[in-house]
Ligand binder design. Structure first.
Ligand SMILES: NC(=O)c1ccc[n+]([C@@H]2O[C@H](COP(=O)([O-])OP(=O)(O)OC[C@H]3O[C@@H](n4cnc5c(N)ncnc54)[C@H](O)[C@@H]3O)[C@@H](O)[C@H]2O)c1
Length: 307
C-alpha cells in the first residue's frame, strides 16, 4: 500500500480531483504544478504545494523528492491544448516529453514504488477503424499533442521496465466535470454549458456528426483509486465506450438548460477526429470498475454546482 503520493499537475482539472480523493483517504499528498493552466483555487489545502516547472527546475525537483520521499508518483502535468501543440510543437514536447523524462529519472533515482501517467486514448488512436477502440488499436496521432503523449508513454515503459519501477498508463477519453476550464483546449462541454447558461449560441465545426466519448470526472477518480488500492499495472483505456455526437451533446445541454438557441455551423477543422470512443472491456475486467454516471447525470451535476 502507498502512503506518500507526489502528484504533478495537481492544480489542474483532472489531477486536482484525484488529489481531493487521496487527501480524503488519508494519503500524504504533495503537488507539483507551475500554474500555467492550473489554478490556486483547485489546490487542496491539506496537500503540500510546490510551484515548480517540470521542464527545467531540476534542483528543486530533486530536493522535493529527497524531502517528501514519495512512494507513488502520479504524473498528470502536461501541455494539453491540441491547437497550441501544433502551433508550438517544441514547447509542447519540452513539457510532455522532456518533463516526463525528468520525472521518470527522479522516480528511478529516489526509488519510487510506482508511477501512474495520464495519456490520451482519443488523440492517440485518431481516426481508428475499430470503434470503440481497444488498447491494441494502431496509433494514428493527428496532432503534436498526440505524438508527445505517445513518446512519453514509450519513455515511461522503456525506462520503468529497465529499472523495475511498476507503472500504469491511463488513456483517457474526453473527461468533463467541475473545474474544467473554458479557455483550455477547446473542451466542448464547458463551452457549450457556459453559452447555454448565458443564452448564447455555440459554434459547431463541421456538421456536428463527429463523435466523442465523454466520461465524468468522478468515474475517472474511481478508476484511479482502484488501481492504487489493488496495485494494478498496465495500460488501460478509461472512457464509457459510448459515442455521442457533438449535435447530440448540444441538444442535451439545450434541454437541461432550457436554451433553445440553435448552434452556428462553421467549416470543419483540419485534422479533427471524426469518430472516437474507447473500448473499456480491459479496465472493466481487470480493475472491476465501470463508469456509473451517464452524460445527462454528469451535465446535471455540473449545472447543480453552478446554478
Ligand atoms: N481532460 C481530458 O479530457 C484529458 C483527456 C486525456 C488525457 N488527459 C491528460 O490528463 C492530464 C490532466 O489534464 P487536464 O485536463 O486536467 O489539464 P489541465 O491543464 O487542467 O492540467 C494540467 C496541469 O499541468 C500543469 N502544468 C503544465 N505545464 C507544467 C510544467 N511545465 N510544470 C509543472 N506543471 C505544469 C498546469 O498548470 C495544470 O495545472 C494531462 O496529462 C492530459 O494530457 C486529459
Amino acid at each position: 500500500m502507498f502512503k506518500k503520493v507526489l502528484v504533478t499537475g495537481g492544480a489542474g482539472f483532472v489531477a486536482s480531483h484525484i488529489v481531493d480523493r487521496l487527501v480524503n483517504d488519508n494519503f500524504e499528498v504533495t503537488i507539483i504544478d507551475n500554474l500555467t493552466t492550473g489554478s490556486e483555487k483547485n489546490i487542496n489545502k491539506n496537500a503540500c504545494f510546490y510551484s515548480v516547472d517540470i521542464r527545467n527546475e531540476l534542483d528543486t525537483l530533486n530536493d522535493i523528492f529527497i524531502k517528501k520521499r514519495p512512494d507513488l508518483l502520479v504524473h498528470y502535468a502536461a501541455q494539453v491544448n491540441v491547437v497550441q501543440s501544433n502551433e508550438r510543437p517544441i514547447y509542447d514536447s519540452q513539457i510532455n516529453i522532456n518533463g516526463t523524462i525528468n520525472l521518470v529519472q527522479f522516480a528511478q533515482a529516489h526509488k519510487v514504488r510506482k508511477l501512474i501517467f495520464a495519456s490520451t486514448g482519443g488523440a492517440l488512436y485518431g481516426n481508428c477503424r475499430q470503434i470503440p477502440s481497444p488498447e491494441t488499436s494502431s496509433f494514428s496521432p493527428a496532432s503534436a499533442y498526440a505524438i508527445s503523449k505517445y513518446a512519453a508513454e514509450f519513455y515511461i515503459r522503456m525506462m520503468c521496465e529497465k529499472s523495475g519501477v511498476p507503472w500504469t498508463i491511463f488513456r483517457y477519453s474526453n473527461v468533463y466535470g467541475p473545474r474544467q476550464r473554458l479557455a483550455s483546449d477547446g473542451s466542448v462541454v464547458p463551452i457549450f454549458l457556459q453559452n447555454a447558461i448565458e443564452s448564447k449560441k455555440s459554434t459547431i465545426y463541421g456538421n456536428g456528426n463527429q463523435t466523442r466519448d465523454f466520461i465524468y470526472i468522478d468515474d475517472v477518480v474511481d478508476s484511479f483509486m482502484t488501481v492504487i488500492n489493488e496495485n494494478i499495472n498496465g495500460i488501460f483505456n478509461i472512457g464509457t465506450g459510448i459515442e455521442v455526437s457533438i449535435n447530440e451533446l448540444h441538444k442535451m445541454i439545450g434541454q437541461l438548460t432550457n436554451n433553445k438557441r440553435r448552434p452556428i455551423y462553421r467549416p470543419e477543422r483540419i485534422g479533427e477526429v471524426k469518430r472516437s470512443a474507447l473500448c473499456i472491456e480491459k479496465a472493466m475486467a481487470v480493475m472491476d470498475w465501470k463508469p456509473k454516471i451517464s452524460l445527462r447525470e454528469g451535465l446535471s451535476k455540473i449545472l447543480q454546482a453552478n446554478p
